[in-house]
Design a protein around this ligand. Sequence first.
Ligand code: SAH
Length: 491
Amino acid sequence: MTGSVILVGAGPGDPGLLTEKGRSALQNAEVVVFDRLVSPAILSLIPATAERIDVGKQASHHLVPQEQINRILLRKALEGKRVVRLKGGDPFLFGRGGEELELLQENGVPFEVVPGVTSALSVPAYAGIPVTHRDLCSSLHIITGHAKAGAQLKIDFDALRRTGGTLVFLMGVSTLPEICIGLLRAGMQKDMPAAVVESGTLPSQRKLVSTLAELPQAAADAKIKSPAIIIVGKVCALSDRFDWFENLPLKGRRVIVTRPADRNGTLCCSLRALGADVLEYPCIRTAPRDPAPELDAAIETLSAYHWLVFTSPAGPALFFRRLRASGKDARALAGLKLAAIGPKTAEALATFGLTADLVPAVYDSEHLAEAMAQVEGPVLLCRASSGSDVLPQIFTKNGVPFTDAPCYDTVYESPDPETAHVWLQTPVLVSFTSASTVRGFVNSLPGADLSNVTGCCIGRQTALEAEKHGIRVAVSKQATIESLIECIKEV
Ligand code: SAH
């Protein structure tokens, strides 16, 4: 059976600017063929099971010629695969999207197009430049500044000047002097405001605002490189007043996020939205136990317990997995009281139609243990095999019988130590959401100098673990992601 190809615009770089439709196409893809301009954060959405084909093009020397890209798309679709062709910005704006569809159409391969947020509009917006403004211009023109090797630019500068509109040039870094001279010769004023924006919408975005006459020198002095867009027009003068991006609270700060990959979405998104440069560095992963002997045995005699305790949002789903494996269902929990360490864990229980009877006022194991010190046992603790001693100790001290039933193991991983090593050379914040993320982080970087690190920790236990490894810490007021983000903003 023939597969299909979805041409997806990935947007300009900020992963938040990928459309909903683009995201779901990516998540369902079996093959993803992508370009150089697609940012790593978006590539991280590609399912692990999907084949990735990098056809990234470097300016002037194409890594994979266009005809070959067209043939790859056709071949994979004819193999029956769901193919996503992921392109920077919008696939039809200077993206050769049309060329890629021709061969598919000729061969009867079904295709769809998911438009993307183009850099031509979004990069100016992230530089505080509205591309039109009623008082300043009445049209917008998007032009390629790319000239075929050895050839002259073919741009009608006279016509462009006469429009009086805003001009946006893509692919124009190397031809910037020619573009500016062309416009000046066509009679545009020397002091017409003009700007160049490099790596727009990304944490590394750089912006230069100058005049038409002076922009080429300013860009050369600042060593502006591709990808960058050039904007010419009076609207550029608004750039400083409207620059919201430079003023975001975490602009210029680097944060390494150590949560497991399947749980880091909210934190990474929120930090990026606040302007931070985020390195997704999942250094632990939860591996469900199958079988889970202690838990499986406890499930056989579940009605003997008074309390069932969950210390992480992963717990409830894993518990129910074992419950189903033993041939039982939710009815086996009748009469049991339920405790959750915090609101996220309580939410996880709620997805199974269950309400937690106890959530401590402060979401950590000490407060959970205190709140449970006087309960009637026996208690079944459903948690990680490497869970802290705090709960068992308090139960032992108070004579509350309990069973510690590990339902998952925490496995250490080293996602990309090379980038992490580079990031450690300058001040960097590292978010720790559990003691095991601290251990995973330290494990993944043996011998590394951690003196530039400030560990932003979700609770006291986590902070204690970080301090053990000589890491300077800041602790969030509450053990929630929202509070951790506040803590990161305040460091
Ligand atoms: N289809 C893309 C454009 C492809 S042409 C789109 O709609 O955005 C490639 C050019 O786009 C680059 O040379 C540069 O001029 C511009 N560009 C793409 N991403 C950019 C970014 N993040 N910052 C600045 N310019 C960018």
